[in-house]
Design a protein around this ligand. Structure first.
Ligand code: SAM
Length: 270
C-alpha cells in the first residue's frame, strides 16, 4: 500500500508540489494507459516515493526518474537501489537536459507544469501520460472560441494530439491537493499545418496571446519590433482582414500559422 510506504519513511508531503497518488486503481490505470513495451525507456519527472516508478519498472526496459527532494531520493534509493532497471537523477528537472526516452509517464509538480510541458513538446518521444491540475489540462486540450483556449492550447495542438483520459479527485492523493487533477494523453505527431519557421511561429503565438483581449490587427502592430517588421503599418493591410478582425482566442492554430508565415516571408523578403 502506498500509504504504508509514506508511513514507513515518515513522509508527509504537502510542500513543493508533494501530493502523492495513493489510489492504487488510479496508479494502475495510468500505467495501463502508457501501454509500455519491454524495450521502452520511460521518463518519470517527480518520482516521489516511487509509487508510480515501481509499476513502470515492471513493464519497461528502464525507468529514468528525476526527483529534486533529497529525502525522497533516499526513499527511492532505499526501495530500488541496485536495480538496473532504474536510473535516479537527483536534480531540479528545470536544470537538466532531458535524457533520451520513449515515453514520459509522470504525476507532475503542478507549479512547473507549464515549463515542463513546453520543453517536453519540443522533445522527441512517442507518448506522454501526464497528470496535471485539471484547469491546466483543460487549457491544453481547448479549441478555438473557448475561454480556455490559450498559447498553451495552440502549442500543444501544433506538436501533438492531446486528450484528457481521466479526471482525478483530490482524495486520490495524500495529502489531498486543493485542486482537481486530470491525466492527459499526449501523442506527438508532425504538425497538421505548414509552418515556415517554427521559432517565429511560436514567438508570434506568444506575443499575440500576451494581449488576448486585443484584436489581431492591433496586437500585430504593437509587436512589430518583436516580429522584425518595422514597416508593419503599411504591410498589415496585405494580411487577410477577416483574421485581423478576430481576437487570438477566436483564431484556429492553422490561422496563426498562416499569418505567421506571411509575416515571416515579408520579414525575410521572400
Ligand atoms: C505530485 S508529486 C508526485 C509524486 C509521485 N510520483 C506520485 O505520483 O505520487 C511531485 C513530485 O515532484 C517532485 N518535484 C517538485 N518539483 C520538482 C523539480 N523542480 N524537479 C524535480 N522534481 C520535483 C516533488 O518532490 C514530488 O516528489
Amino acid at each position: 500500500m502506498v500509504r504504508d510506504i509514506l508511513r514507513k519513511y515518515g513522509i508527509r508531503g504537502g510542500n513543493h508540489d508533494q501530493h502523492f497518488l495513493v489510489d492504487e486503481h488510479m496508479l494502475d490505470r495510468i500505467v495501463n494507459a502508457a501501454d509500455i513495451q519491454p524495450d521502452e525507456v520511460i521518463l518519470e519527472i517527480g518520482a516521489g516515493i516511487g509509487n508510480l516508478t515501481e509499476r513502470l519498472m515492471v513493464h519497461a526496459k528502464k525507468v529514468i526518474a528525476i526527483e529534486r527532494d533529497p529525502a525522497l531520493v533516499d526513499v527511492l534509493m532505499n526501495r530500488f537501489g541496485g536495480t538496473e532497471k532504474l536510473e535516479i537523477i537527483h536534480a531540479d528537472v528545470l536544470d537538466v537536459d532531458f535524457p533520451k526516452f520513449d515515453k514520459v509517464v509522470s504525476n507532475l509538480p503542478y507549479s512547473i507544469s507549464s515549463e515542463i510541458t513546453f520543453r517536453l513538446l519540443k522533445h522527441e518521444f512517442s507518448l506522454g501520460i501526464l497528470m496535471y491540475q485539471y484547469e491546466f489540462a483543460e487549457r491544453m486540450v481547448a479549441r478555438a472560441n473557448s475561454g480556455d483556449y490559450s498559447r498553451l492550447s495552440v502549442n500543444t495542438h501544433y506538436f501533438a494530439d492531446a486528450s484528457i483520459i481521466m479526471k482525478v479527485p483530490r482524495g486520490a492523493f495524500s495529502p489531498p491537493p486543493e485542486v482537481l487533477s486530470a491525466v492527459v494523453k499526449l501523442v506527438p505527431r508532425p504538425s497538421t499545418f505548414k509552418v515556415l519557421d517554427e521559432k517565429y511561429f511560436l514567438e508570434f503565438v506568444t506575443a499575440v496571446f500576451g494581449q488576448r483581449r486585443k484584436k489581431m490587427r492591433n496586437s500585430i502592430i504593437r509587436n512589430k519590433q518583436l516580429l522584425g517588421i518595422p514597416d508593419m503599418r503599411e504591410f498589415i493591410n496585405e494580411l487577410p482582414e477577416e483574421m485581423l478582425g478576430k481576437r487570438p482566442e477566436n483564431l484556429e492554430p492553422a490561422e496563426f500559422a498562416y499569418l505567421a508565415n506571411l509575416l515571416y516571408r515579408h520579414k525575410q523578403g521572400i
